[in-house]
Design a protein. Structure first.
Length: 406
């Protein structure tokens, strides 16, 4: 029923656009004796409809992600996860419908995204992007706190995000954001984001208390180009080096100690969830670089959880990852042009005051049929888990994934 409702709304939306365009079409007929028509095309955002005079536009795109994983798909979180029964799995990991465009003016944009498999409305937002230096976003979206999380799951260099994502992402939130780019001369080039959101996660209809989540990100476009969040790979084969350095921070008070596409949740050890119980303070330092087929990105995270109902007990988490990819045909003539090799190392400490650490080492190969819109990825990962009394080494996982958008 959810899919039928979505299709119905899309058709209704097209009907509204068609109705709005009729006066324009009639006016054109009377003045120039010609019929002004909608333009229909297929581009990087899927099927695109553009109204006469570009007053309205609509694009529709779907995406499917097929995955096979053995001996299991989930990242291990605790020592016991390594010993739980694991089964090889083939699944449709994501099935998305994306709709966007602009209305009335090219700078008044809209976008929404729906997960068909789980019946979740993931994104819905309006963007006013009239000026480069000042834009406004209202609705629900993934906050730009981390590059890894903000880049679409379909544009990742490896099969999925690192072991850090679960504990440090602030994911999708509802609120308002100011953002823009302050492009000065040479290296005096900065991008910024500042948001006030409810802080209760995806699809929250109310807040648990009077507190809100506050988020900010300042990004230095070191060499004069904003690399954006379109993907980690250097598919454009940049002929001049481009790099960014970003610092972001977020603070919130709520019952939640973690967020995901399912909404607010809890980390291990924080199962008690009372209104306003936890003050969360997070920081992230991030880098990215692209040049002639080589790409790099890294993040360093720290998160503080303060239990306001239990004597302000404080727990601090930390972690980092480094990731790189390369289209080796830039140096080796025999290397296939569509093939990229990528590596990642991630380390996570769930409590910096305890000697417990989880590490991930991953190697992946991407074959790009049509950029990130149609690619095949094979990945092998090794996990190490160490506590003061227990140690596991080289626990392996293999995954292969086909991600296609149309």
């Amino acid at each position: 029923m959810g899919t039928q409702r979505i299709i119905y709304h899309i058709l209704a939306f097209l009907g509204v656009f068609a109705g709005l365009s009729q006066p324009l079409m009639a006016q054109k007929l009377s003045s120039n004796d010609t019929l002004t028509k909608w333009q229909v095309d297929y581009g990087k955002k899927g099927i695109e409809f553009i109204a006469p005079h570009n007053d309205f536009s609509l694009h529709i795109q779907s995406r499917l992600q097929f995955r096979f994983a053995t001996p299991g798909d989930n990242n291990p979180l605790t020592y016991n996860d390594f010993h739980d029964e694991k089964n090889s799995v083939f699944k449709i990991n994501r099935s998305r419908l994306k709709v966007g465009g602009h209305a009335y003016k090219p700078w008044l944009k809209y976008y929404w995204e729906y997960e068909l498999g789980q019946g979740n409305l993931l994104d819905f937002r309006i963007m006013i992007e009239r000026w480069k230096w000042l834009n406004i976003k209202i609705g629900q979206w993934k906050l730009e706190f981390t590059r890894e999380r903000r880049i679409s799951s379909g544009a990742q260099q490896l099969v999925d995000r690192s072991i850090l994502n679960r504990s440090f992402t602030v994911d999708r939130q509802q609120g308002i954001e100011l953002y823009g780019r302050l492009a000065g001369r040479g290296s005096a080039d900065f991008s910024y984001w500042a948001a006030v959101v409810t802080g209760s996660g995806r699809s929250a209809t109310e807040n648990d208390d009077k507190n809100l989540m506050y988020f900010g990100r300042l990004q230095w476009n070191v060499l004069g180009d904003d690399l954006g969040f379109s993907g980690g790979s250097d598919l454009q084969l940049h002929q001049t080096p481009e790099a960014i350095l970003a610092v972001s921070a977020v603070t919130n008070r709520s019952p939640f100690t973690r967020f995901s596409s399912s909404g607010g949740g809890f980390l291990a050890g924080f199962e008690e969830q009372e209104p306003g119980q936890y003050r969360i303070n997070q920081t992230n330092v991030e880098t990215a670089f692209k040049y002639q087929g080589f790409s790099w990105q890294s993040e360093i995270h720290r998160k503080e959880i303060i239990d306001k109902l239990n004597a302000n007990a404080t727990t601090a988490l930390s972690g980092y990852y480094v990731q790189a990819g390369y289209f080796a045909n830039q140096a080796l003539s025999w290397w296939p042009k569509p093939l990229e090799v990528a590596v990642r190392y991630a380390s996570f400490k769930p409590n910096i005051n305890q000697d417990t650490e989880l590490d991930e080492s991953s190697l992946a190969f991407n074959w790009f049929f049509k950029g990130h819109r149609n690619k095949l990825t094979a990945e092998i990962s090794s996990f190490d888990y160490e506590t003061p009394t227990e140690q596991l080494k080289n626990e392996l996982r293999f995954r292969v994934q086909w991600d296609i958008s149309f």
